[in-house]
Design a binder for this molecule. Structure first.
Ligand code: HEC
Ligand code: HEC
Length: 290
């Protein structure tokens, strides 16, 4: 906080406490005890009685409490308080407490194979929380993904579905390299290959263009996507025969991927989560796909 803003906060906070104290001080006595103040509302008269003692002292105590609080805890601008309390330390303490509490449970789940763990309701509730904090912002709260972010509930695993492969995906992250083809293929070539991809995935297509596209595909694409287009998990090259599309399945969307290429990045989580949590997430992701 800048010094000016810090002063503003200090003056504002202490000033209003002083104003409350003064207000209380000047209203502590009544002028005409037992008589009316002369105020009448709809025939109801107001007596000039003192404030109830419990209310008065409650107010005094709360001002004293506020002052004590502001001396002990950080609250007055940049003044850190004499208690040494910081939100960072509190977070660290809570994280440590959580680690002590959950660490052994996580370690225990670690011994259970992923397929089996995916059936364990208590573990999957933990998985759900880990997922919501770390993964949902990209893959969606239900795991259904979005454009460029894989749907984790469908049948396609572009990087492989075995527990080992999914561990690598989450722990080390993945970087997909789909080259841009606008320099190699002209717009006719792009259109032809697009029609061929539609044929591969069993959709309506223009037959003679697809035939021409097939030749390009064998020459340029088969190395990564396979001669039959069924994909290559080692490279993260998707199966192009199942009509499941990471970047959209309309003619225009497919042609755009071919023209410009794509480089999807799944970030690595090994440092942030550790192996035990990744094991649980691995099972959770599996449970989503079931
Ligand atoms: C160097 C390997 C490589 C080559 C060569 C390659 N691709 Fe790809 N392709 C990939 C990878 C990896 C992805 C995934 C990109 C991502 O996830 O960001 C991909 C993605 C795609 C997609 C998007 C699929 C989806 O689900 O949205 C299409 C379509 C595609 N490739 C078609 C082709 C065609 C057609 C060719 C040949 C002209 C080709 N690819 C050549 C590696 C390759
Ligand atoms: C910053 C966004 C982002 C976050 C956060 C993220 N992912 Fe991903 N994830 C991606 C992208 C993008 C891909 C696809 C990479 C590619 O194009 O091949 C991916 C791919 C994957 C895959 C591979 C899917 C397949 O078809 O093989 C899995 C599994 C996965 N993520 C799980 C997770 C889990 C579990 C978490 C939480 C720990 C997580 N992701 C967090 C963006 C993210």
């Amino acid at each position: 906080m800048s010094t000016g803003f810090s002063l503003f906060v200090i003056i504002g906070t202490l000033g209003s406490l002083i104003v409350f104290a003064l207000l209380l001080f000047f209203n502590r006595k009544v002028k005409n005890p037992g008589q009316t103040t002369g105020h009448v509302y709809d025939g109801i008269e107001e007596y000039d009685n003192p404030m109830p003692a419990w209310w008065f002292w409650g107010f005094v105590l709360s001002i004293i409490f506020a002052l004590g609080y502001l001396i002990y805890f950080p609250g007055l601008g940049n003044f850190p308080g004499i208690g040494g309390w910081t939100s960072e330390q509190r977070l660290a303490d809570q994280q440590q407490a959580a680690e002590e509490r959950y660490g052994p449970i996580f370690a225990q789940y670690r011994q259970v194979p992923v397929e089996e763990l995916a059936q364990n309701t208590a573990a999957m509730r933990m998985g759900q929380r880990l997922y919501a904090t770390n993964c949902a912002q990209c893959h969606g709260s239900a795991g259904t993904g979005g454009n460029g972010f894989p749907n984790l509930t469908d049948a396609e695993w572009t990087w492989g579905s075995s527990p080992e492969q999914v561990t690598v995906t989450i722990a080390q992250g993945r970087r997909a390299i789909m080259p841009a083809w606008s320099g190699t293929l002209d717009e006719y070539g792009i259109r032809d290959v697009t029609e061929y991809l539609l044929r591969l995935s069993g959709r309506d297509h223009i037959s003679n263009q697809a035939d021409a596209g097939q030749a390009h595909f064998q020459q340029l694409c088969a190395a990564c996507h396979g001669a039959d287009g069924s994909g290559q998990p080692m490279l993260g090259a998707p199966d192009l025969t199942n009509d499941i599309w990471l970047y959209g399945g309309s003619r225009e969307q497919i042609a755009d991927v071919l023209r410009n290429g794509r480089n999807g990045v799944m970030p690595p989580f090994a440092d942030r989560l550790g192996e035990d949590r990744i094991h649980i997430l691995n099972a959770y992701v599996r449970s989503l796909a079931q």
